[in-house]
Design a protein around this ligand. Structure first.
Ligand code: FES
Ligand code: FES
Length: 256
């Protein structure tokens, strides 16, 4: 069984520090060398910071429904109970398959996809919501995964670039990108593809300029824009004669 699809108990090695025993002497910093003069050790400082910042992270949890409830996923925590900031078990449905992982509530969907689910097709460009390289679909709507907390998409189908093709058959948009040579280095391409596929179901004018506007959140440093627009327009022209299932990456229901 794929490790990422099995209910794991541990975190990746590079996140091991986040699960270290908070009572460990190594976690307590000598106030004479750190924070000297203000009487704070590291543990106290972090705990104070978390207490101050957590309400902003949690927000209206009853509406957001991500950090709370779901007793089966959060170790039996009753509805309305705030969980975290330590890692908690979570199930994400990505490309129709369930992925079980332990995440701190602060982990973004982008990092969850790449570092925990092992789906590295989604790229990290700026990590600040500026470039579009991290674009994925959540519930069929494109989102910037670097600005989306993984906890907030629990229970919603997530589609990444790995979920566009059906077996060995490329999604029509992928095929059009190939046919129009709509890439050079390819780093932006997964995000461009996810935005382009979402665009097919969005209100977007018919002109090339309209497509440019609709894809303006996706930056291509190689300047492949004319070819990208040509690829998108070709798929749009064929859209009316194409069965809707052919341009929908995945049905919302689970594939496996
Ligand atoms: S990595 Fe998310 S917008 Fe750039
Ligand atoms: S193909 Fe290189 S950044 Fe777009």
């Amino acid at each position: 069984m794929d490790e990422s699809t099995a209910p794991p108990d541990g975190l990746p090695a590079d996140r091991a520090e986040s699960t270290s025993d908070p009572e460990s002497p190594a976690d307590v910093v000598d106030p004479t060398t750190h924070g000297a003069g203000i009487g704070l050790d590291r543990r106290t400082f972090i705990a104070t910071g978390i207490a101050a910042g957590l309400p902003y992270v949690v927000g209206d949890h009853r509406k957001w429904g991500s950090l709370t409830g779901g007793a089966e996923h959060f170790g039996g925590a009753p509805e309305g109970t705030t969980v975290g900031p330590a890692a908690v078990p979570i199930e994400l449905v990505i490309n129709g398959a369930s992925h079980y992982m332990r995440l701190e509530p602060r982990v973004t969907l982008l990092d969850a996809l790449r570092d925990y689910a092992g789906l590295t097709g989604t790229k990290k460009g700026c990590d600040q919501g500026q470039c579009g390289a991290c674009t994925v679909h959540v519930g069929g709507v494109r989102v910037l995964s670097c600005l989306t907390l993984a906890m907030s998409v629990r229970g919603k189908p997530v589609t990444t670039v790995e979920g566009l093709a059906r077996g060995n058959t490329l999604h029509p948009m992928q095929q059009a990108f190939v046919d129009h040579d709509a890439l050079q280095c390819g780093y932006c391409t997964p995000g461009q593809l996810m935005s382009a596929v979402a665009l097919l179901h969005e209100p977007c004018g018919p002109a090339d300029a309209d497509v440019q506007e609709c894809l303006s959140g996706n930056i291509c440093r190689c300047g492949a824009y004319p070819n990208i627009v040509a690829a998108v327009q070709e798929v749009r022209r064929n859209h009316s004669s194409m069965h809707s299932a052919a341009i929908s990456p995945l049905a919302p229901s689970r594939r496996s």
